[in-house]
Design a protein around this ligand. Sequence first.
Ligand code: ZN
Ligand code: ZN
Length: 388
Amino acid sequence: MSSSIPRSLSALNITFLGTASAQPSSTRNHSSLALRLSNHVWLFDCGEATQHRIQQSTVKMGKIEKVFITHTHGDHIFGLLPLLASRLNGAGGTAEGVDDPRSQLGGHQEPLEIYGPLGTRAYVRNGLAYTHTLLSGPYVVHELRFPSNPAEGDFTALPLHASESPDGRNIAQINGVWENFYKNDLVSVSAAPILHSVPCLGFVVNESPVPGKMEPKKYINDIKRTKTPMSIMTRLQQGESVELSDGTVLHGPARRPGRKIVILGDTYDPSPIARLATGADVLIHEATNAHLPGIDPHTKEEDTFESVEARAKSRGHSTPQMAGAFAKHIGARKLVMNHFSARYAGNDDVNEESKKVMTAIAELAAEQYQGGLVCARDFLSFDVELSQ
Ligand SMILES: [Zn+2]
Ligand SMILES: [Zn+2]
């Protein structure tokens, strides 16, 4: 093997920037979450005012490299244009006769990458064009096309925006999914359709296998006897085999599976993603509506668990029990629910009423699922640890 050492992620962190469904409230913003991979930031969904949430959080705007959009409902995408304008130092142009340096894209800056379903590219291009927004860096939109979508074309008659890279891909589904549509040395990303009221995606972020657990004392005698530099430990740690001067071969520990994070958009049935999502370390699943008699004062007298579930499904959404059942089905280690109705305030860390409601929601999911269970609130942030 070459001496180049595969890098691994120094940190894997999830920060919720918005956890509201249709209407935001003073305690919950529209959908968005930041996934931090070492010091790279990827956003998943970008609802209205996401950039305000970023400013109030520890997520660094300048580190955002990719944005993944689950579906083009406004509560998941309305914040994308202002975010682009801020991230890429946008402006509204200059008076006639004055050159704006932003209109001359120089250098070889990597484009900010946006992935989403059909319509994402047209939405961004039209929005930037009609608001006369100039950007000082490039962006590119890759669309994950469903079988019923046109395979090619941009879905708009407008020409490319000055800052838009022409390299946007139209990525076809294969066997019902978009497996490994993005891949680098450390992670790959796959997607699958999930059922909602409009075309909607779930994403699976898979970390590549990571170095195994090292037991230095297993090697130390051989290394000392052959006067081999201790630096070979670094190679062993990466799982390499190293031959010593006397012919002894030391084998580094086998690599172990990396972490798997599943981030779903809105859904009433995510079963098409089940195969890719199996064994997730973290599953993020919406739980828009819950039946909470005696706890939620807005509960209608005639409602039952069944009627609330039927209503949620008819609008393309899930209850906590449905989220719990899917977490169990795929054997997830941890379930984090989000996308809550405006009825469920998101200040359960400081407010007793809200705490009662969110605890009851978690208990409903726990009827179906016995793993780690959390109701997300805005700014909730946690590291995803390796399972073994
Ligand atoms: Zn939504
Ligand atoms: Zn939606």
